[in-house]
Design a protein. Structure first.
Length: 352
């Protein structure tokens, strides 16, 4: 790399731009979080796209100003091209492609999940493969085995709701606000997490050798259990008093599933290095459980909230990697569900 790279993130409800220098260091990072969705307790795709359209130019301009970089000095423009809300993605990809064309520099489409994999390395140069990665956010929950950058094996993924989506829906159900992750974490602090016995979906005893589905997730049943419990408490007139305890019990169950499967996955591939990415990875209880589970011989990588939540810096860093290797993984246009470049099925017998 010989010059700075601008990264653009518009997959959901954050409009973000960041500039990295030629060594992959953050020189600016600007994030605009849309607040209109708080009225609905979840993201409204059309409103998200419209807000991105209004914000993207001023957000990018602010990032360039803070970095002290003129547009003509950019070496490339990277943008999250998949997966995400298609309307939101189209805003970021169209703006970035047009800007790159006008400047005569490469446009680098980036897979959002790969961006999250590069998030922690922005703050810790040792956060590099090999590692097992748990990516947990409002739209994604999956476990990956990454022996090297650009080569990934899918260990497991959610079969229904993403972990962050479950947090949002439970928070809405308990009238705790949006986004649900920090709202529930705050309300759960000091509450009794053992008050309600909630299910741990798909968390069954591990056999001698991993089997297909062992590392998959499901949160819809847990969400339904919370809803039914809340209905019973509402009928008794005690929901307001019990909501913090129910929130704490939900968080305990969700963290138990996420942490246990992550630790088991690390043992299955015999790699004590674990990386956490996505908004849910900011949860303190999850970090504590994973850190304790991998033991003193292990290593956990988890960035600060600014590089864990959706942001332009992680997109720029993944874009630098793709640009340096001359491969964009077949990505081009915006796509709501394009596969992660370099993703391969995992064979427990071949990779354990």
């Amino acid at each position: 790399m010989t010059g700075p790279v601008l990264g653009i993130e518009t997959t959901c409800d954050e409009t973000s731009a960041a500039v990295l220098d030629d060594r992959g260091r953050i020189t600016s990072l600007v994030v605009h979080s849309q607040d209109v969705h708080q009225l609905y307790g979840g993201v409204v795709p059309e409103l998200a796209a419209r807000d991105h359209l209004r914000r993207i130019e001023p957000v990018a301009a602010q990032a360039l100003k803070e970095a002290g970089v003129a547009r003509r000095e950019l070496e490339a423009v990277a943008a999250a091209a998949a997966p995400g809300l298609i309307g939101a993605l189209l805003v970021g990809v169209s703006w970035s492609r047009a800007t790159a064309f006008a400047l005569g520099v490469p446009f680098v489409p980036v897979h959002h999940i790969e961006g999250h994999l590069f998030g922690p390395v922005l703050e810790d140069p040792e956060a590099v493969p090999p590692f097992v990665a748990l990516i947990a956010s409002g739209g994604h929950t999956l476990l990956l085995w990454a022996p090297e950058w650009g080569r990934y094996f899918l260990l497991g993924q959610t079969r229904d709701d993403a972990a962050g989506e479950a947090f949002d829906k439970v928070a809405k159900l308990l009238d705790m606000g949006y986004p649900g992750g920090p709202a529930i974490e705050g309300k759960a602090a000091g509450a009794d997490a053992s008050r309600y016995a909630l299910p741990r979906p798909l968390l069954r005893p591990l056999k001698a050798a991993p089997a297909p589905g062992d590392f998959d997730f499901s949160f819809s049943g847990l969400k339904t259990a919370v809803a039914r419990t809340a209905e019973e408490l509402e009928a008794k007139g005690s929901l307001a008093d019990e909501a913090p305890h129910l929130a704490a019990s939900f968080q305990e169950a969700a963290v138990d599933v996420l942490a246990t499967k992550t630790i088991r996955a690390a043992r299955a591939v015999r790699c004590p290095r674990v990386l956490l990415g996505g908004g849910v990875s900011a949860n303190a209880a999850l970090r504590q459980r994973v850190h304790a589970g991998i033991g003193p011989q292990g290593r956990m990588f988890a960035g600060s909230p600014r590089v864990s939540l959706d942001n332009g810096a992680m997109i720029a860093r993944a874009g630098q990697f793709r640009l340096e290797h001359g491969s964009f993984g077949g990505m081009g246009e915006a796509s709501a569900s394009a596969p992660l470049p370099g993703l391969q099925p995992w064979d427990p017998h071949a990779h354990a």
